[in-house]
Design a protein around this ligand. Structure first.
Ligand SMILES: [Zn+2]
Length: 265
């Protein structure tokens, strides 16, 4: 997925945001007739832990570039027999099992805001993955986001299954929430690479297993991403754009010029 060689007229930009630098240079080009900006969230050469990804800078950088829609791609483990390795899933819910160490909001420092997260993914953008076919894409799954970098213990994996969670990964939190705060449409395409470690007759997850399954399925994922880009209309009106309407509860008279500049985007 790092190797977006189908991106035409590609150039790279080194951006700075009020939240620091994004994970790496942003590649900007044309894909399926659309202007696309690509950030490898773990950095070039995969050097950042899920806990180290500068999520705020990544979303702020996309916002600075004028991006309206974010297609997040990730590898996940399966907590369900029916979600076999190789399956592509479009999640619709998230449960946060990170440890609270990640910067998960653009607010704070004197400005309080609360955005709705009942449906953490954009319904319109999810549709563009589901209608993109021909691959069989599973509609709806609850994504359990753990801190990592270690995979779960068997007891944790069984616990998440008992809670009714469907897939497990390390990056949806706080990425989805930050996209919502930034008024961006955000949907995810999750590729199932393994059965985590709960399954009694299947291999338990290792980094090597994840990489092997990804390599086998990367073409299907790229194809679906390109068709989804084709399907969607970046100019379409969407609820996500109004997510900040009425969200800021701090007395406007007390918001400093500095904070206004930081949150200006
Ligand atoms: Zn939306």
């Amino acid at each position: 997925m790092y190797d977006l060689d189908s991106l035409e007229n590609a150039e790279t930009a080194n951006l700075m945001t009020p939240y620091g630098r994004p994970s790496g240079p942003v590649t900007i080009g044309t894909l399926a007739g659309r202007r696309v900006a690509f950030i490898a969230r773990h950095g070039t050469g995969h050097r950042l832990l899920p806990s180290e990804v500068p999520y705020r800078a990544n979303i702020a950088a996309l916002r600075q570039l004028g991006v309206r829609q974010v297609f997040a791609v990730s590898a996940v483990g399966s907590l369900r027999e029916g979600l076999a390795p190789g399956t592509l899933v479009v999640p619709d819910q998230i449960v946060d099992r990170t440890r609270g160490a990640r910067s998960g909001t653009f607010f704070g420092g004197g400005v309080v805001g609360h955005v709705p997260m009942a449906d953490p993914y954009c319904a319109r953008l999810r549709r563009s993955f589901l209608d993109a076919g021909p691959a069989d894409v599973v509609d709806g799954a609850t994504y359990c986001c753990i801190e990592g970098p270690q995979f779960s213990t068997r007891a944790e994996s069984r616990l998440y299954r008992a809670w009714g969670l469907d897939i497990i990964g390390m990056t949806a939190v706080p990425e989805a929430a930050l996209a919502r705060e930034a008024g961006l449409c955000y949907a995810a395409l999750a590729m199932v690479t393994d059965y985590d470690c709960w399954h009694e007759s299947e291999e338990s997850v290792t980094a090597d297993l994840v990489a092997r399954t990804m390599r086998k399925n990367v073409e299907a994922t790229r194809g679906l991403l390109t068709s989804a880009l084709n399907q969607t209309d970046p100019e379409a009106d969407c609820l996500c754009r109004g997510s900040l309407s009425g969200a800021v509860v701090t007395d406007p008279a007390l918001i400093t010029a500095e904070d206004r500049a930081r949150l200006g985007l």
